[in-house]
Design a protein around this ligand. Structure first.
Ligand code: TXA
Ligand code: MG
Length: 351
């Protein structure tokens, strides 16, 4: 299959540019597009055949459900069982939509099990990215979209990553430049008694508590330990992983630098190509074949934005053993460490 790549400037969207992609979606085809979190691989969420194609293109297990992207709050009702939207969902939609929050509710009867991975609930998100919004509106399609990477690889934060993974496997890729956030949306499950965060993201549990009340939101217990069984099927798989063997080294600044340098020297002696993921202020302290700067420790958003690109670059540079500095697991650091630890298969080293 030949994959068309269409470049669109998010600040100057011409309706005509979206016509072709919108038509592909209406005809049951697949279009990758930018959102504010990561690039998504879109298909018609109400069409079983389209969802099947998504799983096939990504090489994704079909029990791992998709998020449906909408452009109008009304469509949350459309997708909810008997049109009943939980009161918490209304509050959160008002506060955070459009934006990087996915809500799980009981599904309407006509949302196909192919889209929900066999579950009776559906994940819904209203993205804020202008290209994503324009595409949903222009196509009139409620777009099911997982991250537009091959299953298991780091999520794509620029069109080149999508091209790398999916070129030849889907109909069209919209190149709208680099994304803003760089980590997938926060997922909150509102289908049970206590709203539960199934995947941490840019919108933190502290933010959600502000809207729903202190103690009225919990973190999925399955996420808290390495042995736990996360409720979101996608959080159970090894994921985001680079090809090299990644470890996270935690501790005080000087101890971490020394430990990583010792470990890298050892690996180098063993004939391995070594990589280090460092921050702006520590990068110059490391000796390894590849040292990549992920961002400024004081600015968590910079780290979130660069994380997946850095993991991909480690692959390109052929790193076989990779050490990354760790981050405090508070606020956005929670989501950053969640992804890093998954990428590392939970391999943590104390300096
Ligand atoms: O930011 C994002 O959410 C991006 C962009 C494209 O919107 N999408 C994304 O989709 O990250 P994906 O498929 O890579 O991750 C969706 C996650 C998976 O872990 C999946 O298991 C979970 O959401 N999920 C979806 N529907 C669910 C449901 N009904 N119950 C529990 N987990 C669900
Ligand atoms: Mg994904």
């Amino acid at each position: 299959m030949e994959t068309r790549v269409v470049k669109i400037d998010p600040n100057r969207i011409e309706k005509d540019e979206l016509k072709e992609a919108a038509k592909i979606l209406r005809n049951g085809g697949l279009v990758a597009f930018p959102t504010e979190t990561v690039y998504g691989l879109g298909g018609d969420g109400l069409l079983p055949e389209a969802s099947k194609k998504i799983y096939e293109a990504k090489g994704r297990p079909s029990d791992n459900p998709l998020i449906i992207h909408i452009a109008e709050t009304e469509d949350l009702r459309r997708l909810s069982k008997d049109g009943n939207v939980p009161p918490e969902a209304k509050l959160l939609a008002e506060k955070y939509w459009p934006g990087p929050l996915t809500m799980i509710v009981e599904k309407a009867d006509d949302v196909p099990y192919e889209t929900t991975g066999g579950l009776d609930t559906v994940a819904v998100r209203m993205p804020s990215h202008p290209v994503a919004r324009a595409l949903i509106k222009e196509s009139g399609v409620l777009i099911a979209a997982p991250s537009a990477n091959m299953s298991g690889r780091p999520s794509p934060t620029e069109a080149s990553h999508v091209i790398e993974d999916l070129s030849g496997r889907i109909d069209c890729i919209i190149d709208g430049g680099s994304v803003e956030i760089g980590l997938e949306s926060t997922i909150i499950d509102l289908s049970e008694d206590i709203p539960t965060v199934l995947r941490p993201g840019y919108i933190t549990i502290e933010d959600l508590e502000e809207t729903l009340g202190k103690g009225r939101v919990r973190m999925d217990p399955g996420l808290m330990t390495e042995e736990g069984r996360p409720k979101a099927p996608g959080m159970r798989y090894r994921h985001y992983a680079p090809k090299g063997e990644l470890s996270i080294v935690e501790g005080g600044r000087e101890q971490v630098i020394k430990k990583i340098n010792d470990l890298a020297a050892e690996a180098k002696n063993a004939g391995k190509r070594t990589g280090v993921i460092a921050c702006i202020d520590t990068a110059k302290e490391y000796e390894a074949d590849i040292v990549l700067t992920i961002g400024n420790r004081e600015d968590e958003e910079s780290i979130a934005r660069n994380l997946y690109r850095i993991l991909r670059e480690m692959d390109e540079d052929g790193a076989e053993v990779i050490y990354s500095e760790g981050f405090d697991e508070i606020h956005l650091g929670n989501a950053i460490m969640n992804r890093l630890l998954k990428a590392a298969g939970h391999h943590k080293i104390l300096a």
